[in-house]
Design a protein around this ligand. Sequence first.
Ligand SMILES: NC(=O)c1ccc[n+]([C@@H]2O[C@H](COP(=O)([O-])OP(=O)(O)OC[C@H]3O[C@@H](n4cnc5c(N)ncnc54)[C@H](OP(=O)(O)O)[C@@H]3O)[C@@H](O)[C@H]2O)c1
Length: 218
Amino acid sequence: MAHIFIVGATGGVGSRLHPILTGAGHSVTALHRKPEQAEALQKAGVTPVEGNIIDMDAEALAKAMSGADAIVFSAGAAGAGKDKATKIDGDGPIKLIDAAGQAGVKRLYVVSVIPDAGRTADLGDGFEHYMAEKKRADVAVAASDLDWVLLRPGTLTDESGSGRVDLNRAVSYGDVSRDNVAAVLAELLETPAVRKEALELVDGDMPVRQAVSALERG
Ligand SMILES: NC(=O)c1ccc[n+]([C@@H]2O[C@H](COP(=O)([O-])OP(=O)(O)OC[C@H]3O[C@@H](n4cnc5c(N)ncnc54)[C@H](OP(=O)(O)O)[C@@H]3O)[C@@H](O)[C@H]2O)c1
């Protein structure tokens, strides 16, 4: 069984991911920024570590992830402005690369964004900045010597998960439920042979396990 360190475990995707992992017998440590989140995480069988990725340096993050086999980054600034997008969506995964090196963690899974999100609409400066920060982080992750996966979902929804997806190196842009994103992350974590991959994800027709194992077979 593995030990997974999640940044963003209290968010839409992260809060759906950790129960799948603990349910499968893995141990989960979650970085959370608000003290009042600790109790619920503990009740869910997750080890809470209080901290804010904006204020933490790589050394502090390395300490927080000590003993982990894999890291999941599903945090995000969620429209809180350009500065937060820079410090969370851009700098966050980059700090995790450094921290993983210090802590000896080899596997990093980053929830990024499908590159053609919003291309047909003018979503403004803030959105363009967010997209550029996600890309800046993706470039650093792909250049790292970790066993990384960039998971690039389409537009996230709170629809209940169909368990069926379109997951590949390139897919047509569309929506994807947060349930399905969490299910795919959990399956990827079970499938370390899928690594050094940037994968796009929308809701689709293929059961999650089959979609991941198709990638495993190349
Ligand atoms: N929205 C979309 O359509 C869309 C599309 C593609 C990709 N994405 C990406 O998908 C990922 C997951 O999205 P989501 O909907 O699950 O996000 P979310 O619900 O907004 O959750 C964000 C998580 O990040 C945490 N967080 C925020 N700032 C932090 C900080 N400074 N230090 C530590 N943790 C911090 C939040 O903690 P708190 O509980 O304390 O707030 C929360 O756990 C994000 O990376 C997002 O950019 C989103």
